[in-house]
Design a protein around this ligand. Structure first.
Ligand code: NAD
Ligand code: ZN
Length: 387
């Protein structure tokens, strides 16, 4: 089959490799019909994520058709159409029973390196380095899905792939980002970034009863999409002082909830050369977006960090965080807990997630698609590829 493989920083190629096969009775094989590139893939593309090996198959946002099932799978049949969550969870460990699926204890047993850095390793993710399982991803013609008895969500055929695909990550991620700041109806929510995750956070905040949503970025097309397709007020951080503007907009109190939809490239904004690095370690080191959130948030407010970090961040304003009684929640999305309810919002007509797609390519054009999405050029907000 053809699959997109990582060969090094800024070097991804569509290669001919062997088809995946069932390795465990709880596996299924999916023929991929659509797959997207995520902001998280850019951390791999830009060489920020440790644990990548040349030849790793990329991609964690995908859907398709079941073509083979292991002996223990009785919830899926060949021919079923499914959206696959990007986190891999066994469904029956302590953490899965707590519905903290992205912390599954069983899906990532080999994660010694991650455990060393973090104390305990999170679950495995598709196509996301050997720290997070070393599982081949779905930017390919076929993909092996472990624990297929608990992950894949069966979907009906009257919705298009483009309407359903983002249930695999960024719609639940945007939703959990809002959920994680314990938003109350009427709250003012400020969101750093107007990328795909943030755009879904804006839409989710409205569905959950926000009073006001303010989104921050510098890219004109993304700011326009946040206003026109998601209904947020916006701040261009290159043109205005974000803290001052937020103070002004909230009569000096600050937003109730602040969401970091940026993550590891806060200062790169798509340009890896511009990522601020620690002069000694060379690690990406970028406290400003988070510190701007801490400074801007109202006293007693709530921060949510869906943005992915690939190394420690120095200079994090713990003094302000503590003295302002702020609370923080973070995490890879507990996908399995959100997908069925969010499928319902699509079926009820509350949202058509395809609003976000700006570029469509065949898998063979993946290298160009990555470069374009990384550069955030030509109004590129979200790329969907069809194998
Ligand atoms: P993206 O790279 O397309 O968007 C990030 C946006 O942030 C860009 O538009 C960029 O211009 C903007 N930005 C950069 N610096 C900024 C600053 N200082 N202030 C405000 N905006 C700034 O990425 P995405 O696909 O929207 O993903 C966003 C983040 O969420 C990434 O870190 C990604 O890894 C992460 N993510 C997390 C999960 C999860 O489960 N927690 C899932 C998916 C993605
Ligand atoms: Zn993703």
């Amino acid at each position: 089959m053809r699959a997109l493989r990582w060969h090094g920083t800024h070097d991804v190629r569509v290669d001919q490799i062997e088809d995946p096969a069932i390795e465990d009775p709880r596996d299924a094989i999916i023929k991929v019909s659509a797959t997207a590139i995520c902001g998280s893939d850019l951390h791999l593309y830009n060489g920020l994520m440790p644990g990548m090996r040349a030849g790793d198959v990329l991609g964690h946002e995908f859907m398709g058709e079941v073509v083979d099932t292991g002996a223990a799978i009785d919830n899926l049949a060949v021919g079923d159409r499914v959206v696959v969550p990007f986190t891999i969870a066994c469904g029956d460990c302590f953490f899965c029973n707590e519905r903290l699926y992205s912390l599954c204890d069983h899906s990532n047993p080999k994660a010694d390196q991650a455990a060393e850095a973090m104390g305990h390793s999170p679950s495995a993710l598709f196509g996301y380095s050997h720290l997070l399982g070393g599982i081949a991803g779905g930017q390919a013609e076929y993909v092996r899905v472990p624990y297929a008895d608990v992950g894949p969500l069966k979907v009906e055929s009257d919705y298009s792939d483009e309407q359903l695909l983002f249930l695999s990550d960024i719609y639940p991620t945007g939703w959990m980002a809002v959920d994680n700041c314990d938003m109350r109806p009427g709250d003012t929510v400020a969101i750093w970034g107007c990328g795909p995750v943030s755009l879904f956070a804006i839409r989710s905040a409205w569905m959950m009863g926000a009073g006001r949503v303010i989104a921050i970025d510098r890219i004109p097309e993304r700011l326009a999409m946040a206003e026109e397709k998601a209904g947020a007020e916006t701040i261009n951080f290159e043109k205005e002082d974000v803290y001052e503007r937020l103070q002004e907009m909230t009569r000096g109190r600050g937003p109730d909830c602040c969401i970091d939809g940026v993550g590891a490239e806060a200062h790169g904004a798509g340009d890896p050369e511009a990522v601020r690095r620690d002069p000694d370690s060379g690690e990406p080191n970028h406290p400003e977006a988070i510190n701007e959130m801490i400074k801007s948030c109202r006293k007693g407010g709530r921060l949510s960090l869906p943005g992915v970090y690939t190394s420690p961040v120095d200079g994090f304003a713990l003094n302000a965080l503590m003295n302002k009684s702020l609370s923080v929640k973070s995490g890879q999305t507990h996908m399995h807990a959100y997908m069925p309810a969010l499928l319902n919002t699509i079926e009820q007509g509350l949202i058509d997630p395809s609003f976000i797609i700006t570029h469509r390519y065949g898998l063979s054009q993946a290298a160009d698609a990555y470069a374009q999405f990384n550069a955030k050029e030509d109004g590129c907000v979200k790329v969907v590829m069809t194998p």
